[in-house]
Structure formats: structure tokens, C-alpha cells
Design a protein around this ligand. Structure first.
Ligand code: C2E
Ligand code: CA
Ligand code: CA
Length: 407
């Protein structure tokens, strides 16, 4: 790049930063030796498809930087969509079709190499967040957002110490009796200049590996709240809390939960752990071990956002979870005339019940949706039709008056 820069030719190229999809799976399922071979073969295969002035370099892990001529970038993107590599695994040659995520930056005249690499990296990190697109071109506001992220991370540590994180509780409602039957704890960041919604900080904290501290903080707050309700003579309901899949890499995950439960002397009937559906695929053993320990302690485990991401029916069969939360996107289409979707919801609800799991539908906003779900014999729902996430005091009123008029 330095050479091209000196010749004033760098702006004829696109700099792309790539990352192999599901590479951790290859490492885990086929060993890290096979993983090494995959990396090598991926790079070699790409290199064979480069022109002589183009370059590929490994920048760490499964991330590569590639410099490609602007005039053939479309053709190159088509090629990189699926890169086939052959590796030997258990004495058999296996062909793997590798897909990549790419951050792309069209180099401008006068850009320094540092700026170019940063821009491609940033675009890649956006591609990792986006479920819709695997290729993302750098846009000017990305740099600003990244600075936001740096500020966010410095503020975060202090915010935890200063107790700036609040826990709201969103009721779950039994739609046959129209009564409160549980709730989900959802975190809010109360900053001096206002309330920050989770989507502004949770994905960033997750990406930086910092979310786990917050999850335990929230969980401890829930246990404190349950304890104080019990001490006041108010009967709580089962409260579910969100735990990022990052926890599964921590061998002390289950133990830390149990220690907190023990500290506040909370009965398991008040507790539920929500894990996102994709959790299973990164480390199935850690997931099954975790669920088993929770089962032994009779703490419920639920699969969140079921039906999105890495949908898998075998997950339902192989994992002894107590509750499945059907994602809002399916509920949204109820009553809009989308018969296919309604049939899907109907059959998925029946299947979950047949497998002896509880089912809850998220994001119920209209009585048409509630009626439809009632007809399916689905008891539990959560959504704005009944309540938004409520601050502590409001939720306490709900515990005391658990009946709903609507529905
Ligand atoms: P989620 O776990 O899927 O939580 C449900 C989200 O849907 C909540 O958004 C809730 O307010 C919203 N919602 C519920 N009913 C309705 C409805 O009828 N209509 C609409 N439009 N939305 C509804 P919220 O509170 O903004 O949370 C967003 C996400 O942030 C959560 O999605 C969860 O993934 C994450 N999150 C929140 N708290 C925590 C936490 O303590 N730890 C972790 N790891 N993630 C958290
Ligand atoms: Ca959730
Ligand atoms: Ca959810």
C-alpha cells in the first residue's frame, strides 16, 4: 500500500477487511489444526484469484485485508461469496464452502494507509452487527459512531459503580385469566442527560466482551428486588433475565448465578434465565452443561427470540429448556392477512407444547393478536397491549393489582 501511495495510485483500489463466517465452529468441531489449514487454504485460494498488483494479508485471527482494483470489485465480491477449500479431516478430504463478512472502503485520493485500514475495519464491525448484509461499505458517520463507542466504554465502568443502570420489569400475562403471570427484566441506562435505550449500548458492550458484568449486575438487582418484595409481604412472580451468550465461555457462569441466588435466599420458582437462540451453536456442550445445572436447581431456562437467527428445531429436542419465547416478528404478522405466517405460528406453538415446553409470545400489541393466540391455547404473552417495561414502583403496583381489563 505504501508503494502504491507513493506512486499516487492507491485511490484506484478498494480496501476490504474480511472475516470468515462461523470460523469458531470449524475450530471447535474439527480441531484448531484443521482451522489453521482452513485459514491457509482460504488465503491461498483468494490469492490465486488476485491480479498481480492486488494483495491479501492476514491481520489476525480469521481477519484478512485485501486490496482489490476498483474496476473489478463487483466480480471479486461474487467470487468471495463462497470460497471452497479442501481440508483433510479424519483421513477424509472435506470440501468446505466458506462465506465471508466484508467491510469495504473505496480509497480516496490523499487517504493515509492508517485511515484506510481503520475505515475497512469499522465497516467490517458493522457487517458483523448486521443480520441483513454481509458486505458493508464504509460510510462517513461510522467513524463518529466509533468515537461514541469509545466514550461509551469509558463511561460504562463508572456507570456501573454509580448505579446508573436501572431494571425495568415487563409483565407477562396469562390471556385466559387476564392476570400477571411473570415478567422480564430489561435494563435501562439512566444518564444525567436522559435515558439510554438498550440498543444504543448492549450490542457494543457485547461486541467488546463487556456485557457480562452488566448481566450479573442486573441479575443481582433482580434478586435484591425479589428479596425486598418478599420481606414486605408482596408475592413476586417469576422474573426472567437476559444473559448474553458470551457467558457460556465462562466456566463459572452457573456458579456465579447460584451464588447470587444463595446470597439473597431466593426460591427458584421466582427465577428464569433467558438465552438467545443462537447461543447453542457456538458451544453446544457449554450450553447443555449450563442448562443441566439450572435444571438441577429448578431454575427455568428459556430460549429467547425463537425463530430468528440460527433457527434450529433440534435445539428444542436436545436441550432441556423450560420455556420458548416466540419472536415478535412472527406475532407482528398476525391479523395482517398473512395466512402462511399464521399457519406457521399455529404449528410452531403446537409443536412447542407437544414437546412439553412452555411457550410465550413476545410483542403482542393488538387484541386481534391476543385472540388468535388464545385460540391456539397459548397462555402466556408479553407486549405493549398489556404493559410496556415498567419502572420498579409501577411494577410493584402491578404485583399488588395483578388483574388486567384489556385483552
Ligand atoms: P429482548 O430480550 O427481545 O426484549 C424484548 C424487547 O421488546 C424489549 O425491548 C421490550 O421493551 C420490547 N417489547 C416488548 N413488547 C413489545 C411490543 O409489544 N411492541 C414492541 N414494539 N416492542 C416490545 P428493550 O427493553 O428495548 O430491549 C431490547 C433488547 O436489549 C432485549 O431484547 C435484550 O436483547 C437486550 N437487553 C435488555 N436488557 C438486557 C440485559 O440485562 N442483558 C442483556 N444481555 N441484554 C439485555
Ligand atoms: Ca429477552
Ligand atoms: Ca426476545
Amino acid at each position: 500500500m505504501n508503494k502504491l501511495e507513493r506512486r499516487g495510485k492507491l485511490n484506484n483500489y478498494v480496501c476490504m477487511c474480511t472475516n470468515i463466517k462461523d470460523f469458531t465452529l470449524i475450530n471447535q468441531r474439527m480441531s484448531s489444526q484443521v482451522g489453521d489449514l482452513v485459514l491457509r487454504n482460504y488465503a491461498v485460494t483468494i490469492e490465486q484469484n488476485l491480479e498481480k498488483d492486488e494483495r491479501i494479508a492476514r491481520v489476525g485471527g480469521d481477519n484478512f485485508m485485501i486490496l482489490v482494483q476498483k474496476q473489478r470489485i463487483e466480480e471479486f465480491l461474487q467470487f468471495i461469496e463462497k470460497v471452497s477449500v479442501t481440508v483433510e479431516y479424519e483421513n477424509v478430504a472435506q470440501i468446505l464452502q466458506l462465506e465471508s463478512r466484508c467491510g469495504l472502503y473505496a480509497i480516496q485520493e490523499g487517504d493515509s494507509v492508517g485511515v484506510i485500514l481503520d475505515a475497512a475495519h469499522l465497516a467490517l464491525s458493522q457487517a458483523k452487527h448486521s443480520s441483513a448484509a454481509d458486505y458493508i461499505w464504509y460510510e462517513t458517520n461510522m467513524l463518529e459512531q466509533a468515537y461514541d463507542r469509545r466514550t461509551l466504554l469509558t463511561e460504562y465502568g463508572n456507570a456501573l459503580k454509580q448505579h446508573e443502570f436501572l431494571v425495568c420489569y415487563q409483565p407477562k400475562v396469562n390471556i385466559f385469566t387476564n392476570t400477571l403471570c411473570g415478567c422480564e427484566a430489561l435494563v435501562r441506562w439512566q444518564k444525567e442527560d436522559g435515558l439510554v435505550p438498550p440498543f444504543r449500548f448492549i450490542p457494543a458492550l457485547e461486541e467488546e466482551g463487556r456485557i457480562t458484568e452488566l448481566d450479573f449486575y442486573v441479575f443481582e438487582q433482580i434478586c435484591k428486588d425479589i428479596r425486598s418484595w418478599l420481606d414486605k409481604g408482596i408475592t413476586p412472580v417469576r422474573i426472567s433475565s437476559n444473559f448474553s451468550k458470551l457467558h457460556l465461555q465462562n466456566p463459572e457462569f452457573a456458579n456465579t448465578i447460584l451464588k447470587i441466588v444463595d446470597r439473597y435466599q431466593i426460591e427458584s420458582e421466582y427465577l428464569e434465565i433467558e438465552l438467545t437462540e443462537s447461543s447453542g451453536y457456538e458451544d453446544f456442550k457449554a450450553l447443555t452443561d449450563f442448562v443441566r445445572i439450572m435444571n438441577e436447581h429448578e431454575i427455568y431456562v428459556s430460549i429467547d427470540d425463537f425463530g430468528t437467527g440460527y433457527s434450529s428445531l433440534s435445539l428444542l429436542k436436545d436441550l432441556n429448556v423450560d420455556v420458548v419465547k416466540l419472536d415478535k416478528s412472527f406475532i407482528d404478522e398476525i391479523g395482517t392477512g398473512d395466512i402462511m405466517n399464521e399457519n406457521l405460528v399455529k404449528n410452531v406453538v403446537h409443536m412447542i407444547k407437544d414437546l412439553n415446553r412452555h411457550v410465550i409470545c413476545e410483542g403482542v400489541e393488538t387484541s386481534v393478536q391476543a385472540d388468535f393466540l388464545r385460540d391456539l391455547d397459548c397462555h402466556m404473552v408479553q407486549g405493549y397491549l398489556y404493559d410496556k417495561p415498567l419502572p420498579h414502583a409501577k411494577f410493584e403496583e402491578r404485583l399488588i393489582h395483578p388483574n388486567y381489563e384489556v385483552g
